[in-house]
Each structure stands twice: as C-alpha cells, then as structure tokens.
Design a protein around this ligand. Structure first.
Ligand SMILES: C[S@@+](CC[C@H](N)C(=O)[O-])C[C@H]1O[C@@H](n2cnc3c(N)ncnc32)[C@H](O)[C@@H]1O
Length: 252
C-alpha cells in the first residue's frame, strides 16, 4: 500500500487551501464531541467505529473512560515508528501552512491558535502512547474504505471525520488537488459504513474551506434519498475551517 502521507504538500493556488495527499492528522475526544455533537456518556454501552481515525486520540481517551471505540485507518498497517514519524511530519506541516491561509479558517481560530495546536499535539501523543497496546487488543485495525474488515451490523454507530467531503476534489468543495475520491467512492464508502453499523453513520465536515457549498455532499444526500436512506444535516459547535459547522447523520 502506498505511504499516503509521504508526499504531503500544501499547494499554492489562488488563495485556496489545497493539498496533494490525505494528511495523517488527528483530533482529541473533546474535539470529536464537538464535531459529532455527542457527550461521552451517550456512548456508554455502545460499540463505536472511528474511520478514518488517523493519529486521533478519540479511541485512546475513550478506552480510559470505558467507552468501546475501534479506530480504523489504512496507515495502521505500518510499523509504529513509521506511523509516528508521519504523524509528526503531517501535523507540523498542516499547522505551519494553516497560518498562511488563516482567512480560510474560522475567525475564532486565530484567537485560539495556541490551544488549537496544543490539542493536535496532545492527540498525537495520546495516540502514540496507546497504539501498541491498543493494536494488540484489536482497538486499532488497519482497514481502508470502501472495504472494511468488520462483519455486518457490528457497531452501533460510526464516525467518519475529515476524510469524506473534505478530501473531495476542490472542484466539488474539498481540499484535494485531484479527484481520487469521486462521487462513486463517497457512495461506496457510505454504504460500507452503513453495512457495519446497526444504527447510524455521522460524517464531519460537510464543507471544506475553499467554497461556501459542497456539491459533493449535495449529490450524495440526493442519491441517498433516492435509495430510501434518511440523511440529515445537523449544526454542530465545532468549526476549525470556515463554514464547517455541520455534520451529516445517515440512518440505517
Ligand atoms: C485528516 S485524517 C482524519 C483523522 C481523524 N478522523 C480526525 O478527524 O482528526 C484523515 C485520515 O484518512 C485516512 N485515509 C485515507 N484514505 C482512506 C481510506 N480510503 N479509508 C479510510 N481512511 C483513509 C488517512 O490515513 C488519514 O489518517
């Protein structure tokens, strides 16, 4: 499998925030609560999938408080030293380049830039401390959308943050320079996430920083409705990039 972050670059292009690969970048449990509009107590007794989880500390922090989270990401097949190298590389690169495009991020972010950065570093450290034990326990699983290594209906719910919609091509509202995650990929990935849950899938964010709409999300929601699947946009508190203040709930 290709090392997904080996060539990560932030591209200069008419003021957009554009990158050439998916960043191995992760957030904390507190940030997951804001992105997906839940409180940690809501997850007690549930089996939760986080895909694509990257170097997030959601699974690590959830484990400490007795919440059952499985983290899944294609990068987890790599050796831990390689994984931690790419996490440090990508987190530093994204934080550095954010500053040159700050107008594409939420205005409140410049006031809380130190806190924002500290959260990402904390996420990475907690992920690193938990990964070896968690992988041995089956809490970190290598897997890649749109084909996940889990049985049907295995989880109660799945969270998918900062991959779908965000990494659509910039033509369709995302931040990627190419169209490696086209509409068909989004549909297959969502049907796969629905296959492995009993209740629902939540996806955040809907919109990227480069434009006020997301043609990809609108096309996906329309296609889901045509397939008889209920999907609704829900406002959430979290927004680090401009306009990313909604998640999508998709009900099985
Ligand atoms: C920006 S990180 C998001 C991490 C975390 N969910 C968060 O919100 O902080 C995106 C992740 O998507 C992973 N990824 C890339 N392609 C994928 C695929 N086809 N299926 C699942 N994950 C993928 C990358 O390895 C990376 O860790």
């Amino acid at each position: 499998m290709k090392a997904q972050t080996s060539h990560l670059q932030v591209l200069e292009d008419s003021g957009k925030f554009l990158i050439d690969d998916v960043a191995f970048f992760g957030r904390t449990l507190g940030e997951y609560e804001e992105m997906f509009h839940f409180e940690r107590e809501d997850l007690r007794g549930k089996r939760v999938l986080d895909c694509a989880s990257g170097p997030a500390s959601f699974a690590a922090e959830a484990h400490i408080i007795g919440v059952n989270v499985t983290a899944c990401d294609p990068m987890y097949e790599k050796r831990p030293d390689e994984l931690f190298h790419w996490a440090a590389h990508d987190v530093a690169l994204c934080l550095k380049n954010k500053d040159s495009k700050i107008d594409l991020f939420d205005p409140h972010l410049s006031e809380f830039a130190d806190q924002f950065e500290a959260e990402k570093v904390r996420a990475m450290r907690n992920f690193r401390n938990d990964f070896a034990k968690g992988k041995a326990d089956g809490r970190y699983v290598a897997g890649k959308l749109p084909n996940l290594p889990f049985p049907d209906d295995y989880f109660h719910l799945a969270f998918c943050s900062n991959l779908l919609f965000l990494y659509a091509s910039s033509k369709f509202g995302g931040i990627l320079n190419d169209d490696r995650f086209p509409f068909e990929f989004h549909m297959r990935a969502i049907f796969e996430l629905l296959r492995v849950v009993k209740d629902e899938v939540r996806i955040y964010p809907i919109k990227g920083p480069n434009r006020p709409d997301s043609p990809m999300a609108d096309a996906v929601v329309e296609a889901l409705k045509e397939a008889g699947i209920r999907a609704e946009y829900v406002p959430v508190h979290f927004k680090d990039v401009a306009g990313a203040n909604q998640m999508l709930r998709i009900f099985k």
